[in-house]
Structures are given as structure tokens and as C-alpha cells.
Design a protein around this ligand. Structure first.
Ligand code: FES
Ligand SMILES: [Fe+2]
Length: 345
């Protein structure tokens, strides 16, 4: 073959090579918008009444404040006077006082008073819809939440709950981690859980913000044993799994926060039923929750080398990826906005 024929052939084979990415998904923060999901900000126990704390959220910063009655408020962090970070100020009564010129803000985010005596201008902070639930302080990205944070099937007052952070944060969007749940190939291969994926597919209940269904199976390695659970995803940022692990009811709720675009902070909410309150019961619960935390960390550890390096982009999904494809469609079509955008940056 002549050199030019070889070159022509090489060029032809390059041209016919299929692209890696068949159908890309929008990243969080792309075009200035984020999915309208509930995101965790911190543990409930980290903010006492009369305290506040600054937290990086989406592409900006918020303050989480707990008033004297114990109610939580999530407000944009930057003062509308000249932009000081309110988290370096303090809470006075039920108001936030800016450190720079001591303007005060009520819990709706409006200026209540200036320190110098000028009339309070009609300026305000952005107030995020928030929740203080299952040991986590949450914010909804939007003006009004249009779906709820999922509950455990047992009432929270009957549960012992342990909340933990997973550190460090991952260089991916929360929905990438959520996409692992309908990714059956990975559940079987990475986490070594044997289950009938067709049965899981057939019992999954979908709506425009969640998917959930029975997932029964067993660990084929020595991590756990039998599992009889209900598992699913809510929004683009919450994994929930609850049911019987080795014969005892437990729940794992894993919300994924966005401390900055392209990054995920994982939390674990681990739950089991309270018993009779005896010392023995207390010790059993503490052991069960420690075991559950260990299991969660082992599973996250199995994903970690993959999730810390992946460039997630669906290319060529196969028949067994049907539910993954369906979830990715839900993510692709998920409402996106950034109501607090001009306030938190
Ligand atoms: S910057 Fe906050 S009062 Fe001036
Ligand atoms: Fe996983």
C-alpha cells in the first residue's frame, strides 16, 4: 500500500469511529441554573438556637440561622448594603446583625433597622425554603418546593437516628451518584449484591421527581447478608433505602449537597427502631447504627475510586441499562432554576 493510501485508510477509520458521548446531560450550574431539588446544608445539631453559620451552597453562600424558638431559616449570605458576609456577624434576638455596619435583618430576610438611624431601605436577602428533618438542615433550590423530602416508613420519633458526613467531597454532581441506584450493573459488580433486576424494574414506581421499589437480594461477599428493602431516588440529590438487613429494620437516607458547582458533599442519615429504652437496648442500637455506618462507608468506598475520577456521560447504554436511561431522562428534564442566584453570589 502506498503511503497516501495508508493515510486515507487511517482518515476513514477515524471518521467512522463512533463518538464517546451519545447524549450528554447538563451539569449543575450550567447556564446559571441548578436542579430544583432538596439539598443538605449541615447537621441539625450544628446550629443551636440563637446561632448561625455560613455555608457554601450552589455557586454562592447562605447563612443557616436558628431562631430562639428553634426554627431554622436559610438566607443568602451577602448583605444588601455593601456585601459583607453576614455569617461573620451575629444573631441578636431573632435578628441577624451584619458585622460591617450593624444593619439587622429579620428572619424573612428584610432589613429591620440600620445602626446609624437611617430608615431601613426596602432591601432583603433571599430566603430559601428549608427543612429541619431527620437530623439534617435542608434547602430547596427554588421559590417553592414542589415535592417533599422522603420519610422513613417508621415515624421519626420511634427511630434512633445517627447523622454523619462523608469526607472528602466528590468532583461530580449529586445526580451522578443518584444515577448509581438504577445502574444495576454497578450494584451487582461494584457492590456485590445479587438480586433479580427484572423484579426491581417491574415494581419500581416512578413519578416526575422520584423512583422507588422493592430491592431484595443478598451480598455475595461478606459485607452484609440478606437484604429485603425498598430503595429509590428522590429528586437529583437523595438516595433512600429501608427495610430489613440481616433481619433488623434499618433505614439509610443519603442526601447529597452541592457546596460548589461540580462537587458533591455526602451525608448519611442512619436509622433503626428504638426499643424499650433499657441500657441493653441502647447498646444494641448503638452497635446497629455503627454497623450500618460501617456498611455505608464500605459501599461508598467501593464507589470512591470510580466516582472521584469519572467523566460521567452516557454513551452506549445496553438493554440492562433501561432504568438508568429512564432516570437520566428524568434528570435531563428536571426543572432547573436559580431563584436565589443574584443574592447568594
Ligand atoms: S455591609 Fe452589612 S451593614 Fe453594611
Ligand atoms: Fe454505588
Amino acid at each position: 500500500m502506498t503511503t497516501s493510501a495508508t493515510q486515507r485508510q487511517a482518515a476513514a477509520s477515524v471518521k467512522s469511529r463512533p463518538p464517546r458521548i451519545a447524549d450528554r446531560l447538563p451539569a449543575e450550574g450550567e447556564n446559571g441554573v441548578f436542579t430544583e431539588s432538596w439539598f443538605p446544608l449541615c447537621k441539625s445539631s450544628e446550629i443551636a438556637p440563637g446561632e448561625m453559620r455560613g455555608i457554601d451552597f450552589l455557586d454562592g453562600r447562605v447563612v443557616v440561622m436558628r431562631d430562639q424558638q428553634g426554627k431554622v431559616h436559610v438566607l443568602s449570605a451577602y448583605c444588601p448594603h455593601v456585601g459583607a458576609d453576614l455569617s461573620v456577624g451575629k444573631v441578636v434576638g431573632d435578628q441577624i446583625q451584619c458585622a460591617f455596619h450593624e444593619w439587622r435583618f429579620n428572619t424573612d430576610g428584610y432589613v429591620a433597622a440600620t445602626a446609624i438611624g437611617d430608615p431601613a431601605p426596602k432591601a432583603c436577602l433571599f430566603k430559601y425554603p428549608s427543612a429541619d428533618k431527620s437530623g439534617i438542615i435542608w434547602a430547596f433550590n427554588g421559590e417553592e418546593p414542589w415535592w417533599d423530602i422522603p420519610d422513613f416508613e417508621k415515624p421519626n420519633d420511634k427511630l434512633a437516628i445517627r447523622v454523619e458526613y462523608d469526607v472528602p467531597i466528590y468532583p461530580i454532581d449529586p445526580w451522578v451518584i443518584c444515577a448509581n441506584t438504577p445502574d444495576w450493573q454497578h450494584i451487582k459488580i461494584v457492590h456485590k449484591i445479587a438480586f433479580d433486576h427484572k423484579q426491581y424494574r417491574d415494581c419500581l414506581v416512578w413519578n416526575n421527581y422520584s423512583m422507588q421499589g422493592r430491592l431484595d437480594g443478598y451480598y455475595t461477599d461478606n459485607k452484609g447478608g440478606a437484604i429485603e428493602t425498598k430503595a429509590g431516588i428522590f429528586g437529583t440529590s437523595i438516595f433512600i433505602m429501608q427495610g430489613y438487613f440481616a433481619g433488623r429494620w434499618v433505614g439509610i437516607l443519603t442526601p447529597f449537597g452541592i457546596p460548589k458547582p461540580g462537587w458533591t458533599q455526602t451525608y448519611f442519615i442512619l436509622a433503626t427502631e428504638k426499643g424499650d429504652g433499657s441500657e441493653e437496648d441502647r447498646q444494641t442500637i448503638s452497635k446497629v447504627l455503627a454497623g450500618l455506618y460501617h456498611l455505608a462507608k464500605v459501599q461508598v468506598g467501593e464507589d470512591k475510586p470510580i466516582l472521584r475520577t469519572i467523566k460521567y456521560a452516557p454513551g452506549y447504554l445496553t438493554a440492562s441499562d433501561a432504568m438508568l436511561a429512564k432516570y437520566l431522562k428524568l434528570v435531563r428534564e428536571f426543572p432547573r432554576s436559580h431563584a436565589g442566584g443574584e443574592y447568594i453570589r
